[in-house]
Structures are given as C-alpha cells and as structure tokens.
Ligand binder design. Structure first.
Ligand code: 13P
Length: 282
C-alpha cells in the first residue's frame, strides 16, 4: 500500500515537473521571462492600434510571472500608452536617435520616448540594419543613449541566411554583441536585454530549431560572461525572435538559455500574442 502511494506521488511530481519545466528553468535562473510584441509598420490607424492594445491587455490581465512589452509605431505610442498605463503591459519604442536634440529631421530622441511612457527601446533590429543602414557604431551609441535616459535597451542581433549556411552564426553574433555593447559598463548591463533574431527566421515562417537557438543563446551568454563576468551573464535576459507562434513558443521557451521572445507577425492579433504570453499556463 505504502509503495503504491509513493509511486503515485512520484508520478504526480514527475508530471508537474515536466509541465512547468519551462517556467521552473527560468525561475531557477532567476530570470523572469520577457515577451515583446514588435508591431513594426502596423497597424495603420490610431483606432486600430488602440483597440489591438486594449484587447490584448484584457487577455493578459493579471499575468505577472512574465514581463510584457509592446512596441507600437511612434505616432501611436501615446494613445496606446493611455490605454495600457494602468495594466501589466509596458511600452516600447522601435527606434531612437543617439543625439538629444537639434537639427535632425525625422529623428526621435530618447527623452521624447520616455515622455510618452516608453520603458524599452529596440536597438539594432535587423530591419534597421538592412533597410535603414544602421551600423554598429550608431547602434552602440543608441544603446548607450537609451541606458543614460534610464530606459532598457533591447539589443537585437543575428546572422543572415548566407552566414548561417556558412556556419558563421557564432562569429557574427559575437562581433555584433561586442561592437554594440562597446560603450556599456558592467553596472549598465542590468538595463540591457539581448534579442537573438536570426535574419533568415524573421517573417519567413522558418523558425530556428529550438536546440540550435539554445546553443546560440548559450554561446552568447558565454560572450557576455567573458566581457562582464559570469554573474552578469547569468542575469542577462536573452530573447529569441523569428517566426514565434502560439504553436512553437512552448518548445522555444523550454530551452534553459531562452528567456523570452520578440514577436513580430503573431503580435498583431491580440489572441495569438496573448497565447504566446500565456505559454506556461497550459
Ligand atoms: P516575426 O515574428 O514576424 O518573424 O518577426 C520577428 C521580429 O523581427 C521581431 O522583432
């Protein structure tokens, strides 16, 4: 009888352990998962932006074991902020300029972003690197400026398809990380989030296999450890981005060095992004 009870207890513990594996791993590491929704050049009107944010905030209400941030286009930041201000959904900016003020037509300063409720700013997204030709010098200055402003920089990096196929993903990630963090002090690393986004997996439906992503994340953490020491590397949040969907988020998040996701397409509907945020609730 006693043996049967012990067996039953062991089975229950094993089932519970596997179902909360992803969350437990993050809890063990002390890194709280961070889910980001990068809306890119969407939607097109204030009305659509505010209803997307309102609907999404309703669906993730009370979810406090995951940090949540959305990155609407600049013109919608303030109206969206007004909708989510009193919720657990935080605001992010998709870009900024590294100068504070002056004759820079079309630029947006970190002070302006902070003034409309922004807490996180994307730096070095591959679309900024490829389409808008942001180079590592500019990205390093943006990261520093965001930190100096008292916000969190989300530094995006990752290799192209050709680089991936040539087996250069480690080298490319290490170079981007070291160049883009060149102005960041160890103390400032608490204001840095890293986002590994293999360019070939962005918007293509080609998700990077979870074990490959894990291996790159682990490598990137070792790059941070070499530069800043193990304690800082153990604390830094490293997100994965590239075709994350409700269907694949659980597997991605079960990897020990993946601490969150940066989501593009699937963050444009409240339902799918809410499902991603609730990855550890099923
Ligand atoms: P997708 O999720 O659409 O692939 O975009 C990823 C991304 O670029 C997030 O910043």
């Amino acid at each position: 009888m006693m043996n049967k009870v012990l067996f039953l207890v062991a089975v229950i513990v094993a089932v519970m352990a596997s179902s909360v594996k992803a969350f437990t791993l993050n809890m063990m590491s002390g890194r709280k998962p961070l889910m980001g929704g990068n809306w890119k050049l969407n939607p097109q009107t204030t009305k659509d932006a505010t209803s997307l944010a309102t609907e999404f905030a309703k669906k993730v209400k009370g979810k406090t074991d995951v940090d949540i941030v959305i990155f609407p286009p600049h013109p919608f930041l303030f109206p969206v902020y007004e909708k989510v201000e009193a919720t657990n959904v935080q605001m992010g900016g998709q870009n900024c300029f590294f100068e504070s003020d002056g004759a820079y037509t079309g630029a947006v300063s970190t002070c302006m972003l902070q003034d409309v409720g922004v807490k996180y700013v994307l730096c070095g997204h591959s679309e900024r690197r490829c389409v808008f030709k942001d180079d590592d010098t500019a990205i390093a200055r943006k990261v520093k400026k965001v930190i100096k402003q008292g916000m969190n920089a989300v530094l995006c990096f990752g290799e192209t398809q050709e680089e991936y196929e040539a087996g250069l993903n480690h080298e490319v990630c290490a170079i981007q990380l070291l160049k883009d963090l060149s102005m960041v002090t160890p103390e400032e690393m608490s204001q840095v989030v890293l986002a590994y986004e293999p360019v070939w997996a962005i918007g293509t439906g080609l998700v990077c296999p979870a074990d490959v992503a894990q291996e790159v994340h682990q490598f990137c953490r070792s790059v941070i450890a070499k530069k800043y020491g193990q304690a800082i590397a153990d604390k830094v949040i490293i997100q994965y981005g590239g075709s994350v969907k409700p269907e694949n988020v659980k597997e991605i998040m079960s990897q020990p060095d993946i601490d969150g996701c940066l989501v593009g397409g699937a963050s444009l509907t409240a339902d799918s992004f809410a499902k991603i945020v609730h990855f550890n609730d099923q």
